[in-house]
Design a binder for this molecule. Structure first.
Ligand code: OKP
Ligand code: ZN
Length: 409
């Protein structure tokens, strides 16, 4: 599989509060190192290293995509608040910006409170966040844009692999093991920081920019260029398999009739205020029914999980998207400090992956063309097992487990 990585994603390192202690955030650079070292041991995967450059053409496009999808004041805040706090003597260069006070529901307040950011940069940290697990360190911005850029590049590459003869996508690496029209066009983007909790104007849950939002916007722009006469908007599905509900992604597309959001996540878990099965899309609008939440009790078994996945995949098959984004978290692992379902091995992840691929195969048959897929990394915090779980998922996705079994018979 083609895997996209940017070394700048390792630059972000912040802290979080656990009980009354300040600790290094669970979402650490070591997550990416662990995944890379596992991948490098397998010749089946092709890692392409990208170095995000804000002054290159694709860099300018990315920054443009960010400001057209995310609140401009928020983007400005992410980029500059750390330097501002240092200049104002609020923190030292090695420290992180953490919020003090969040906007809160109140009877007298303005309805459009979000149009009125507080005047001073100290207060704005709370205005542009919804929790305290999303500190901003000196190099956070560099990692955040590199991460979002991987999502955008992932879409470009997946489309290029899906239609390798198109001149306008001649960027496809011919040596990539996935660059054949017959194989399922999938790219894994090693995004870090993750994105699914960010709702385009507030950071939260270790997320700053919503990478799925960036991927969708990139896909739409590409379609506009390559298929300007298409009368129907592209259909996009997002399957969120992180343990936590992707409140930010749900929010960003809740009123969008062309994006189907499906999530399987821990019930009554972080982020606590979203993710119920009743959130199906605004009633009486074209996007009614375009949101499918499948909450499961924490510690649910793999069989329970797979029953929920089958419901998700039925919906996905009927929808028959033109693009699939998988928000993939490995905090469904049974030992994860921040979550956990009954996933106990890489093979368990492989089982899930091969079910998703089976569904894509049926969509392929139905439509007569393959569905480009981009896998976006979200959470997963057991460093010692993260690499093998990722490899297990990729093996299942590419059908390798079944081959191994056949050989053994
Ligand atoms: C992000 B993702 C300790 C609690 C941490 C945040 C959980 C974020 C999960 N400060 N709470 O979906 O994996
Ligand atoms: Zn998570």
């Amino acid at each position: 599989m083609l895997i996209l990585h940017d070394p700048a994603t390792l630059k972000h390192a912040t802290i979080e509060i656990l009980g009354s202690k300040v600790i290094p955030a669970h979402e650490s650079p070591d997550r990416i190192s662990a995944i890379l070292s596992a991948i490098h041991q397998k010749p089946t995967h092709h890692v392409r290293t990208i170095n995000f450059d804000p002054f290159s053409d694709s860099g300018i496009t990315l920054l443009n995509t960010l400001s057209s999808t995310h609140d401009p004041g928020y983007v400005e805040h992410l980029q500059h608040v750390h330097a501002k706090w240092v200049a104002e003597g609020l923190i030292k260069p090695d420290d992180s910006v953490l919020p003090e006070c969040f906007p809160f529901p109140n009877l007298s307040g303005k309805k459009s409170w979000w149009e009125h950011p507080p005047k001073d940069s100290f207060a704005r940290a709370g205005f542009y966040a919804f929790d305290m697990s999303t500190g901003i360190a000196a190099e956070t911005w560099e990692a955040v844009v590199a991460s979002a850029n991987l999502a955008a590049e992932g879409v470009r590459e997946a489309i290029a692999i899906a239609s390798p003869n198109r001149e306008d996508h001649s960027v496809t690496n011919e040596t990539s093991p996935s660059a054949t029209p017959t194989s399922h066009p999938t790219v894994l983007a090693l995004c870090r920081p993750p994105g699914h909790h960010c709702d385009t104007r507030r950071a939260g849950g270790y997320c700053y920019i919503n990478n799925a939002v960036v991927a969708v916007e990139t896909f739409r722009r590409l379609q506009q260029v390559t298929k300007p006469h298409h009368d129907t908007a592209p259909r996009i599905a997002i399957l969120d398999l992180d343990f936590h509900h992707g409140n930010g992604t749900q929010e960003a597309f809740y009123s969008d009739p062309h994006v189907l959001y499906i999530s399987i996540h821990g019930q009554d878990e972080y982020p606590y205020y979203t993710g119920s099965a009743e959130e199906t899309g605004p009633e009486g609008t074209p996007s009614a029914g375009m949101n499918l939440n499948l909450p499961l009790p924490s510690r649910s078994s793999l069989d329970t999980y797979i029953s929920a996945l089958e419901i998700a995949l039925q919906r996905l098959e009927v929808f028959a998207p033109d693009l699939l984004l998988v928000s993939l978290g490995f905090d469904t692992f049974h030992l994860d400090p921040l979550g956990g379902f009954g996933f106990e091995s890489g093979e368990d992840y492989g089982r899930v992956a091969s079910l998703v691929r089976g569904c894509l195969g049926r969509v392929h048959e139905k439509k007569g063309r393959s569905v480009p897929s981009v896998i976006l990394l979200e959470g997963g915090y057991v460093l010692e097992r993260l690499g093998e779980n990722v490899l297990g998922f990729l093996d299942g996705w590419e059908g390798r487990k079944q081959l191994a079994q056949q050989k053994g018979q």
